[in-house]
Design a binder for this molecule. Structure first.
Ligand code: NAD
Ligand code: UDP
Length: 310
C-alpha cells in the first residue's frame, strides 16, 4: 500500500509517517517546510519505504505510480503561524485540498482530510458533536483558518457526492507532544519554554477558556484507524481527548511539573478566542473503536521531558 502524506515534515505529519512505515506502507511525503522542518523527518530518509518530495501543494500535484491513500495535512496549524501566513493558509486549504482531491480521483485513492475543531468556531454547544454546524466569524482574524477548513470539508464532500471518492474527514482537536516547534506560539510549547527559562507564562484573557488536549500518539492512532477501516466513505469524525482543562489550570500544571519559579502574566484576550472546546467522541468510539489512552498528566510529562532534551 502506498500513501501520500502532505505536510509530512510538520508535527503531526512526521509522527503519522512513522506509523504508516511501521505498518508496512510505502510513504511518499510532501512538504515545503513553511512551518515544518527537515529535522522532523531526517530519521526517515534511511528507510527504504520512504520518499520525500519538497513541494508546495498549492501547485498541481503529480507522483508516478499507484497511490492507495492520500492524507492531506499540509497547513499551518498554530494561530500565530496562520495569522502570519493568512493567504498561504487559505491557499493550502483550498487550492491544496483541490489539487490533492483531484490527484486522489486520478489515482483512485482513498482520501483523508485533516480538518479542525475550529470548524465549530466559538461553539455554543458543549461538548461538540459532529452534527453541530458551528459558530464561526467569517471575517475575524481566525477566519483564514476556520473558513478554509470549512471550505475544504465542503470540497471533500463534493468529490464524494459527485465522483464517489472515498473521503474521510477528521476534525482534530488540540494535539500536543514531541516535535512541536518551540516557538510556534501554541500554548503548550510556549508555556513549557517560558517555564524552563523562568519567564512569565503569558495567558490571553483570564485563563478561564478551556481546551481538550490530545497526546500525539493517540491522535495518530485515530487517524490511522480512520485511514484503514473499510466502509467509512463520507465519514466526518471528531478526534480529540475529552479531558477538558482551563488555560489557567494548564499554566499551573506546567509550573508545578517544571518546578519553575515562573509567574503568570495576564494579557488582553485574543480576538475570537473560543471560550470552550471539548470533543464529543462517541462517533469515533463507535466507528473506529478509538478513544485516547494517554492521560493529560502523562502526555504532558512525556512532552516536557522532550522539551528538556531528556
Ligand atoms: P504543522 O504546522 O506542524 O505542520 C504543517 C505542515 O504543513 C508543515 O510541515 C508545513 O511546512 C506544511 N505545509 C504548509 N503549507 C504547505 C504547502 N503549501 N505545501 C506543502 N507543505 C505545506 O501543523 P500540525 O500541527 O502538524 O498540523 C497538521 C494538520 O493537522 C493541519 O492541517 C492542521 O490544520 C491540522 N490540525 C492540527 C491540530 C493540532 O492541534 N496540531 C488541530 C487541528 C487540526
Ligand atoms: N494561549 C495563551 N498563551 C499563549 C498561547 C495561547 O493563553 O502563549 C491560549 C489561547 O488564547 C487559547 C489557548 O491558549 O485560548 C490555546 O491556544 P493555541 O494557540 O494553542 O491554540 P487554539 O486552540 O487557540 O487554536
Amino acid at each position: 500500500m502506498r500513501v501520500l502524506i502532505t505536510g509530512v515534515a510538520g508535527f503531526i505529519g512526521s509522527h503519522l509517517a512513522e506509523r504508516f512505515l511501521e505498518e508496512g506502507f510505502y510513504v511518499i511525503g510532501m512538504d515545503n517546510f513553511l512551518t515544518g522542518s527537515p529535522d522532523n523527518i531526517a530519521h526517515l530518509f534511511e528507510k527504504k519505504n520512504f520518499r520525500f518530495i519538497h513541494y508546495n501543494v498549492v501547485n498541481y500535484i503529480y507522483v508516478e505510480g499507484p497511490v492507495d491513500l492520500v492524507v492531506h495535512l499540509a497547513c499551518p496549524a498554530s494561530p500565530v503561524d496562520y495569522m502570519n501566513h493568512p493567504i498561504h493558509t487559505m491557499k493550502v486549504d483550498s487550492l491544496g485540498t483541490l489539487n490533492t482531491l483531484g490527484f486522489a480521483k486520478l489515482k483512485g485513492s482513498r482520501y483523508v482530510f485533516a480538518s479542525s475543531s475550529e470548524v465549530y468556531g466559538s461553539a455554543q454547544v458543549h461538548p461538540q458533536p459532529e452534527d453541530y454546524w458551528g459558530y464561526v466569524n467569517p471575517v475575524g482574524p481566525r477566519s483564514v483558518y476556520d473558513e478554509a477548513k470549512r471550505f475544504s470539508e465542503a470540497l471533500c464532500m463534493a468529490y464524494h457526492r459527485e465522483h464517489g471518492l472515498d473521503v474521510r474527514i477528521a476534525r482534530i482537536f488540540n494535539t500536543y507532544g514531541p516535535r512541536m516547534r518551540r516557538n510556534d506560539g501554541r500554548v503548550i510549547p510556549t508555556f513549557i519554554e517560558k517555564a524552563l527559562r523562568g519567564e512569565p507564562l503569558p495567558i490571553y484573557g483570564d485563563g478561564s477558556q478551556t481546551r481538550s488536549f490530545c497526546y500525539i500518539d493517540d491522535l495518530v492512532d485515530g487517524l490511522f484507524r480512520l485511514s484503514v477501516e473499510e466502509g467509512l466513505a463520507g465519514t466526518v469524525v471528531n478526534l480529540g481527548n475529552p479531558e477538558e482543562v482551563s488555560i489557567l489550570e494548564l499554566a499551573q500544571k506546567v509550573i508545578e511539573l517544571s518546578e519553575s519559579s515562573s509567574k503568570i502574566e495576564f494579557l488582553p484576550p485574543r480576538d475570537d478566542d473560543p471560550p470552550r472546546r471539548c470533543p464529543d467522541i462517541s462517533r469515533a468510539k463507535k466507528l473506529l473503536g478509538w478513544f485516547p489512552q494517554i492521560s493529560f498528566e502523562e502526555g504532558l510529562k512525556i512532552t516536557f521531558r522532550w522539551f528538556v532534551g531528556l
